[in-house]
Design a protein around this ligand. Structure first.
Ligand code: ZN
Length: 245
């Protein structure tokens, strides 16, 4: 079986403007994510905002099974034409994994149809991520819960449609809770939102987080399902005589 082809997208702005982020992710957040996914046997490539067409040409997307999306400070700089292109590929069956502050990206809000807004606080408090669907493929290999020692808090209400499957709920030291692992089907594609991943904490180096994203890539990869068609059907599937009335 040929390897799953993953494109790791990052707006790649914090790393250029904030020395703390640059020190934490010297090859960019995309570099760190592509590295551990590549080590799992996926065929990975990266793409960033400042490349032509944000690195997401039609050819790149055609050859992408799963796209991961990290954005935060420059959601508005993503061209609508590229957003529509990514959206069309999701409808065709490409998987999309939206990370952390990607909740406000154009592609995620378009796919959800809601504001996707939430509460937040940045004091480096503890987060406990609870697995609430132990039989889900994205939970494979995890314990009942895992801890992120220092995290940015995201709190409910998270203005999303109810997920098809909710895999994780986070609790924060400050008392808030959050739906932090949300699965959706959109067209023939699968979408997974995963909350952890703030740029000033080493979240993407954590084994449990890497495990979740590895599992999510496998879950979100396209399946060889039927090609769906729409429109007028003068020829019935079964033999049936037209009513002569
Ligand atoms: Zn953040």
């Amino acid at each position: 079986m040929s390897p799953i082809r993953v494109t790791v997208w990052n707006e790649f702005r914090h790393e250029k403007s904030d020395p703390k982020v640059a020190a934490l992710y010297p090859e960019g957040i995309h570099g760190a994510i592509a590295k551990f996914l590549g080590a799992q046997g996926f065929e990975t490539r990266t793409a960033t905002l400042d490349e032509p067409e944000h690195g997401l040409t039609s050819e790149v997307l055609r050859n992408t099974d799963v796209l991961t999306w990290w954005g935060h400070m420059a959601h508005g700089a993503v061209q609508d034409e590229i957003v529509n292109r990514v959206y069309a590929r999701v409808m065709e069956g490409m998987g999309l994994i939206v990370l952390h502050s990607g909740h406000m990206s154009k592609i995620f809000t378009k796919l959800m149809g809601t504001t996707c807004d939430l509460k937040w606080r940045e004091i480096g408090e503890k987060e406990r991520v609870h697995v609430i669907e132990p039989g889900h493929p994205i939970a494979q290999g995890l314990g009942e819960s895992f801890e992120i020692p220092h995290a940015e808090m995201y709190g409910e209400r998270f203005d999303i449609p109810a997920p098809d499957t909710l895999v994780f709920i986070s609790w924060f030291q400050g008392g808030e809770v959050f739906r932090s692992g949300c699965c959706y089907h959109r067209g023939a594609g699968k979408v997974f939102y995963f909350r952890p991943g703030h740029e000033t904490f080493p979240v993407y180096y954590q084994a449990e987080v890497q495990r979740v994203l590895t599992n999510a890539v496998r879950w979100a990869a396209p399946v060889a399902g039927p090609k769906i068609t729409f429109g007028h059907r003068p020829q019935p599937v079964e033999h049936v005589e037209a009513y002569q009335g």
